[in-house]
Design a binder for this molecule. Structure first.
Ligand code: ADP
Length: 259
């Protein structure tokens, strides 16, 4: 992967500028810094290797050289989109699902931020905000997808089972093409972000829908309930063991199947 091939692969897509690195700490950190310096909408930071890739709450995201797709996209919301910023993670997740569907792979979204194929994590998403005082200036959408087998961390380091594209299909398409397909899907879905149809699409892709799941958060007790769907802000709707509705807001939440 190099910058020239990447630019060629992105071709006609209306992305912003592109910064490519052979090795980088974290693409999100680089994109957050670039965003504060005015990077245009849909600018991209791409790295072959991340030495300090991040998950939520400082957890590590493993990206060894030559094995994965790791990039961060700067998302500058329009005035309309400003009211729907909690949906950005769904937009990214749906875009990844669509790109995988193009490879005949049925992916699901483990709320709030992971993409699963056959109930195994193939891709993680980390959306972070850039603030100017009290206003959100823009968001950075970090996406890490496991391509080669070597991109999957050792079993002992995993809190949830993981897989790679190579495990599921052979031969694999070029990284640049997968990147292209994710971005093309995101650009196509973006105008729907504020619509009820968007929430329906997102809900339809939720993993464990209709099943009993466990929700763990560091602050509170573990909650168990049937996963029903999403509220209009992307919060998760459950029915608890007593049949009462419960809403789970974004945060440091771990969702697992109960059984
Ligand atoms: P979760 O949503 O599963 O709680 P995060 O979004 O915080 O997790 O992602 C970080 C976690 O993902 C790490 O603690 C590790 O268990 C796992 N992980 C790290 N790198 C990878 C990878 N390349 N593929 C799959 N899982 C990974």
């Amino acid at each position: 992967m190099n910058e020239r091939d990447l630019r060629k692969a992105l071709g006609e897509l209306s992305t912003g500028e592109l910064h490519y690195f052979d090795s980088l700490g974290s693409t999100n950190d680089e994109a957050l810094a670039w965003a504060t310096q005015g990077a245009p909408d849909l600018s991209l930071v791409i790295a072959d290797e991340q030495t300090a890739g991040r998950g939520r709450l400082g957890r590590k995201w493993f990206t060894p050289a030559g094995t994965a797709l790791a990039f961060s996209l700067i998302f500058r919301p329009t005035e309309v989109e400003q009211a729907y910023l909690s949906r950005t993670v769904g937009l990214a997740g749906l875009a990844v699902c669509r790109a995988l569907a193009g490879l005949s792979m049925s992916a699901e979204l483990k709320w709030p931020n992971d993409v699963l194929v056959f109930a195994q994590k193939i891709c993680g998403i980390l959306v972070e905000a850039v603030w100017t005082g009290e206003d959100m200036d823009c968001q950075v959408i970090g996406i890490g997808m496991n391509l080669r087998r070597e991109s999957v961390p050792e079993h002992a380091q995993l809190q949830f089972p993981a897989t790679s594209l190579e495990n599921l299909m052979s031969p694999m398409p070029e990284r640049e093409l997968i990147l292209h397909d994710i971005l093309a899907a995101l650009i196509e879905l973006r105008p729907k972000l504020s619509s009820a149809e968007f929430m329906k699409l997102w809900e339809e892709k939720l993993a464990f829908r209709g099943e009993v799941v466990k929700i763990q958060s560091p602050e509170g007790p573990t909650l168990q309930g049937e996963l029903l769907g999403l509220d209009s802000d992307g919060s998760l709707r459950l029915k608890d063991e007593n049949g009462n509705p419960v809403t789970v807001h974004f945060g440091d939440i771990s969702l697992r199947p109960a059984a």
